[in-house]
Design a protein. Structure first.
Length: 339
């Protein structure tokens, strides 16, 4: 299958590698930045490059595109792509508004093409394993879910405009990292009923927040929390899920990706260490698995692992969290349209 990539910045490399690993051929690349375009063309030996993505979309031989532009452009670029019959793997967040997300989903359905959103953490080996354990019932009733994605832009005092400027990014870490965490919250815990969030800009001189926290109540009765931060040190992604019969704890802290499943094989003393199963996910690439799933979905072999509707729900939770932070009060999701 021949594919194109629109937006040749940082994340485009993961898409390129994923397509190559999945047996697809990246034949075209578009970016408004001539330096990025030229560098990638040389590195990856791409036959055709375009400064205007609409010219890339005219290529008949391309069946699918990745949309890797800044957040504000996911909507117009995806819409243009599906309208000319291309399958789309759209970077997260799907869009900056619910209205836009709905239009994207409708347009893809009307065109009969696949739309997958790049909440790649669903394809993280630990998340996949955790979901299997949860679905098997081994954790019992879920009581608490904590999700965290935090870093500090490598310590850099400069945050790129595509993330730091409100018009291009749409929001800060709550949208950028939080949308992944809200997606995982739903993936693991089902629908969220209520959210109470706080956001602040405390570290970088930027137009959007660099620090965010949200407290969640799931429809199931479980409670949880999301931490999204650009003001941490280093890099961490993790989830902690507690149930009546056991617990799952995952972190990639210090470059080691380990999932720990703890449980009791027999009722016993309260404070004794429970039994533990450890799973090591070193070396597994989330993006490559996610792209493999996209290609399989296009071929009709598997359902998309993260649909447009999933992307929309993640954005709805982000928007509810912003509204909660603005009003300094909890927001019930059942009455929140986000329009
Ligand atoms: N799922 C994940 O793990 C990750 C997802 N992302 C998402 O991917 C997207 C891109 O992020 P990232 O690659 O880090 O950002 P970058 O800023 O590194 O790259 C974006 C590129 O898109 C270019 N661009 C801007 N406008 C257009 C346009 N109209 N047509 C074509 N290209 C355009 C930019 O050019 P210029 O430099 O001139 O602005 C830049 O080269 C974001 O939506 C982000 O949220 C990012 C990182 C990880
Ligand atoms: O998963 C991710 C890792 O961090 C990046 C920068 O904050 C995010 O954009 C991305 O979605």
């Amino acid at each position: 299958m021949k594919v194109g990539i629109i937006g040749a910045g940082g994340i485009a490399l993961s898409h390129y590698k994923g397509y190559v690993a999945g047996g697809a051929e990246v034949v075209a690349l578009a970016d408004i930045n001539p330096a990025a375009l030229e560098a990638r063309q040389r590195e990856w030996n791409i036959p055709q490059v375009f400064s205007d993505y609409r010219d890339l979309l005219k290529l008949k031989e391309i069946e699918a595109v990745s949309v890797c532009t800044p957040n504000a452009l996911h909507y117009p670029v995806t819409l243009a792509a599906v309208r000319v019959g291309k399958h789309v793997l759209c970077e997260k967040p799907i869009s900056l508004s619910i209205r836009e997300a709905r239009a994207m989903i409708r347009a893809a359905a009307r065109a009969g093409v696949t739309l997958q959103i790049n909440h790649h953490l669903r394809s993280n080996g630990a998340a996949f394993k955790a979901k299997q354990i949860l679905d098997s019932g081994a954790l019992g009733r879920v009581t608490f879910i904590r999700l965290r994605q935090a870093h500090d832009w490598g310590g850099s005092p400069q945050v790129r405009d595509s993330f730091g400027k409100k018009a291009l990014a749409g929001g800060g870490t709550l949208l950028d990292n939080g949308c992944h965490m809200f997606d995982l919250a739903r993936y693991f815990g089902g629908p969220v009923e209520e959210i109470f969030a706080r956001v602040a800009s405390l570290k970088f001189p930027i137009e959007v927040e660099d620090t965010a926290h949200a407290s969640l109540r799931f429809t199931s009765g479980a409670i949880g929390e999301v931490e999204a931060s650009w003001s941490a040190t280093g890099w961490e992604e993790g989830f902690w899920i507690y149930g009546t019969e056991g617990a799952l704890e995952y972190t990639n802290r210090l470059g080691k990706s380990v999932l720990r499943h703890s449980f009791r094989t027999s009722p016993g003393t309260t404070w004794a260490e429970p039994d533990v199963a450890l799973y090591d996910f070193a070396g597994a690439s989330n993006h490559t698995r996610h792209i493999d799933n996209f290609l399989a979905a296009i071929r009709g072999e598997r359902p998309v692992i993260c649909s447009g509707e999933d992307g929309l729900e993640a954005v709805r939770l982000v928007l509810a969290a912003y509204e909660s932070a603005r009003l300094n009060q909890p927001i019930r999701l059942s009455g929140f349209r986000g329009d």
